[in-house]
Write a protein that binds this ligand. Sequence first.
Ligand SMILES: Nc1nc2c(ncn2[C@@H]2O[C@H](COP(=O)(O)OP(=O)(O)OP(=O)(O)O)[C@@H](O)[C@H]2O)c(=O)[nH]1
Ligand SMILES: [Mg+2]
Length: 419
Amino acid sequence: MIDKVTIEINSGNGGNGVVSGRREKYVPRGGPDGGDGGDGGSVYLRADVNLNTLSGFRYNRTFSAGHGGSGAGARKHGKRGNNLVVAVPVGTQVWVEGAEARLAADVASEGQRVLVAQGGRGGRGNTHFVTSRNRFPRLAEAGEPGESVRLRLELKLLADVGIVGVPNAGKSSLLAASTRARPRVADYPFTTLEPALGVVERRRESFVLVDIPGIIDGAHTGAGLGHEFLRHVERTRVLVHLVDGSLDEAVDQWRLVNDELRLFDERLSDKPQLLAVNKLDLPETRERLSGFVQEFGELGVEVWPVSAATGEGVDELMDAALRALAEERPQARDDDEAIPVLRPQPRRPVVRVHRDGDNFVLEAPTAVRIAQVLNQDDWHARTQFYAYLSRIGAIRALEAAGVATGDTVRIGKLEWEWE
Ligand SMILES: Nc1nc2c(ncn2[C@@H]2O[C@H](COP(=O)(O)OP(=O)(O)OP(=O)(O)O)[C@@H](O)[C@H]2O)c(=O)[nH]1
Ligand SMILES: [Mg+2]
């Protein structure tokens, strides 16, 4: 049962802007015409009711959106990278991995989308660098790199309906009777140690049913793996509480299980619950049935008699579960509701200089991107880049940091000797 998985998300790089155009004056259509790079694709997570587990992530754990295309001459813009939408089960919690792992989003309702990695913006072409003094810029900008994020997905909601009850009540048998699942069934307690899932199909509707291991006295304190089992109960919306109708203790057992649920977490008692009296095929159960109906009736609890062995009453019970679920299921979100963003990235233009040994490193996002596609063999381009650095205050910042002739200055991958 996979209910936790770590995946890697990469948004697309922005495409590069280009330097292009005709430099001659008085030429028709002359002037710079380098197009912009396309934006990189973004990655979203989207809640999908058709998924019930995270097992789809077992082998496929890296998800990358498309890169933006480069710009071209004649002001042609690069194409946008394709966005990627990764479907996750409803109820998935999204954690950002890293030093301070934190809950980033709760994809809790059908159709809800979360932006988990924003695509890099496309770089600007040389048309954007025209100034009154520079009619033909040799500068363009590389695309912004995409983001890489490691996310831990945790499935909070395991299934729509959970079957609870003491060991041996017939929970696994009920799952087998109502779905195509084939869990182990045996005449001893604790046959089931891991929840088993099945899909109940009723006409055109369906829901996921989970068989939860038996709950015993003291489970809320951890007895018999109680904590683990009760946590599974938390992850369902509606409960079918199954009792063994062939036993005199059925009502006491019902009370015991409810007490354990409440003691573990008050909210478990608030979940809608259907009481099913099982093993109706046995004469002992038939004899006791009217007594149960009366006793539970006095407590205001309706009884659903079933036989997991013969299937009697199972359809009626599942229809009732479907109705309870319909009242419980959260509504799908409005489409135009704002899409939550996982990690808003600050994009302030900052110019900073730090030392790396004898080198001076200039940090200025745009300058780094221009440097990345700068044609260093072109003297004009280098002069223009220097003018640009001067305009954004980078030269001043370098001098303030103490740069002197002969020192090496690094801007992204570009290195040059200070003169
Ligand atoms: N006669 C009869 N026997 C049943 C019925 N449902 C289950 N049983 C029997 O009851 C025993 C326990 O059934 P399981 O389905 O394994 O019960 P469980 O609640 O999943 O038990 P644990 O997983 O151990 O908690 C088995 O021997 C089943 O054959 C029923 O409707 N009628
Ligand atoms: Mg079982």
